[in-house]
Design a protein around this ligand. Structure first.
Ligand code: AMP
Length: 185
């Protein structure tokens, strides 16, 4: 199955994606992880992306879409995936539809994780990634609201919304129940 995870930074997308990917037997593809890997390996793409990651801005769509297109072409993603952190803009979503349509595929569901802003900000500040300073964390929330939240309307027909507060395994159970009900798991 082909699933996209959406939610504000700190909603626990990465945590849930790791668990769900095992349960559903599809690869977990995180654009944040892909970018951080490029930065660590000091590739040209990593050098271009670094300043966006450092400030919490979105990496330009052309760079991001090219990287995702390449990742989705790998054999392990042919029969399904859990996309974490992509798409993050409406143009990225349109590109994803086009990439999938080339092989006759479509998304099965978009899983939205919701949590109040003070909860997600606290989670991020205790996580300690280099881009988890208070200013950058707050900026990433604003970027989510203005650039990514419009995707919720775009995907209204296949949206599964799950409250992401409480124990990790309760959230996973809610997500699996929602995806099953939507016919996606
Ligand atoms: P994340 O690990 O999902 O929190 O992403 C970390 C950072 O990577 C973000 O703050 C952006 O700078 C960049 N990033 C990740 N995914 C995308 C995307 N789909 N489009 C643009 N930038 C992204």
């Amino acid at each position: 199955m082909r699933i996209v995870l959406i939610g504000p930074p700190g909603a626990g997308k990465g945590t849930q994606a790791a668990v769900l990917s095992e349960r559903l037997h599809v690869p977990h593809i995180s654009t944040g992880d892909l970018f951080r890997d490029h930065v660590t390996r000091r590739t040209p793409l990593g050098r271009d992306a670094q300043r966006y990651l450092d400030t919490g801005e979105l990496v330009p769509d052309t760079v991001t879409v090219g990287m995702v297109r390449e990742r989705l072409a790998r054999p392990d993603a042919r029969h399904g995936f859990l996309l974490d952190g992509f798409p993050r803009t409406v143009p990225q979503a349109r590109e994803l539809t086009t990439v999938l349509a080339a092989t006759g595929a479509t998304l099965d569901a978009v899983l939205e994780l919701t949590a109040p802003e003070d909860v997600v900000v606290q989670r991020l500040l205790s996580r300690g990634r280099p881009d988890d300073t208070e200013d950058v964390v707050r900026h990433r929330q604003r970027v989510y609201e203005s650039r990514t939240a419009p995707l919720l309307a775009h995907y209204a027909g296949i949206l599964v919304t799950v409250p992401a507060v409480g124990p990790v395994e309760d959230i996973t159970a809610r997500a699996l129940a929602g995806l099953t009900e939507a016919g996606a798991a």
